[in-house]
Design a protein around this ligand. Structure first.
Ligand code: GEK
Length: 256
């Protein structure tokens, strides 16, 4: 058993570097990428940008502990710096599982590897630098897609979810967290406005918010909760629950 108090977002408590990536006016705003500049400030960036991020990370550990089965794999796809992996490591009460953490950003994987080395948990983690479209899921009891499906081209998303369904054992779960959009313009406007207010309250300027929005425009493509549910059922899942929502950020849990 491991100290639960250690569960956290990597390096959030000690020496988190402040995100100022979009603080200075840019003439031309390139598409957002998960490069070294972003990886360096990532814990601060995601905490100040995603309402409920820390709660979701913490609950992923609790979900993993509830649904993980001995001698199975737990996948953290699009792991970034490994926050969900650490949460699972710290919450799992039995250690006879293996976590497979995957990200296609070399900068993220390099930093994630250092974070895993300094973590005291003995639950093994295989850290893989790969595109999640190329990863075969097998013998899985828990699969986490924490804010990554939104970055996958929409045409490839069903393949990702199908691949996960095929690789999950009966009773296994998929945790899917996403930025979502809404069917009605007034709902969309309310959530967009409140998300803007959330970011401002967390110290981002209007310029930073607007430049980041432009950078993400073609890269992060949100869908409605209904679209996510439909895809999950099309892939074969029989149960799907929205277990978290704060503004335009939600997390679903689908069970095979
Ligand atoms: C967390 N889950 O902290 N294959 C693999 N990785 C990818 C791909 C791909 N095709 N596309 C993007 N990524 C994390 C947060 S961040 C979410 C996830 C955000 C990776 C990308 O390199 C980045 O690290 C991650 O997905 C998305 O719980 O920044 O909003």
């Amino acid at each position: 058993m491991h100290a639960r108090s250690q569960t956290s977002v990597p390096s959030i408590k000690s020496g988190r570097e402040r995100d100022a990536v979009y603080a200075v006016p840019r003439e031309k705003i390139a598409d957002f990428t998960f490069d070294e500049t972003v990886a360096r400030v990532f814990p601060d960036m995601i905490q100040r940008s995603v309402p409920g991020y820390a709660a979701i990370i913490s609950m992923i550990g609790i979900l993993a502990d509830r649904y993980a089965r001995e001698n199975t794999f737990l996948y953290d796809l699009g792991c970034s710096l490994g926050a969900a992996t650490l949460s699972m490591r710290h919450h799992l009460r039995h250690s006879r599982c293996r976590i497979i953490a995957v990200d296609n950003s070399e900068a993220m994987v390099r930093r994630c590897s250092r974070i895993m080395e300094t973590d005291a948990s003995t639950i093994p983690v295989d850290l893989v630098c790969a595109d999640i479209l190329d990863v075969q899921i097998r013998n899985a009891s828990v699969v986490v897609l924490n804010f990554i499906l939104q970055f996958i081209p929409p045409a490839d998303r069903l393949q990702v979810v199908r691949n996960i369904y095929e690789g999950l054992l009966p009773g296994g779960i998929l945790v899917l967290s996403e930025k979502i959009r809404f069917p009605h313009p007034h709902q969309e406007a309310f959530h967009a406005d409140m998300h803007h207010a959330f970011k401002k309250a967390n110290g981002y300027s209007d310029l930073e918010i607007s430049q980041k929005r432009t950078a993400l425009e073609k890269v992060l493509i949100p869908e409605t909760l209904a679209a996510h549910r439909e895809r999950i059922y099309t892939a074969g899942f029989t149960h799907c629950e929205v277990w978290f929502q704060c503004l335009n950020f939600a997390s679903l849990c689908a069970q095979k």
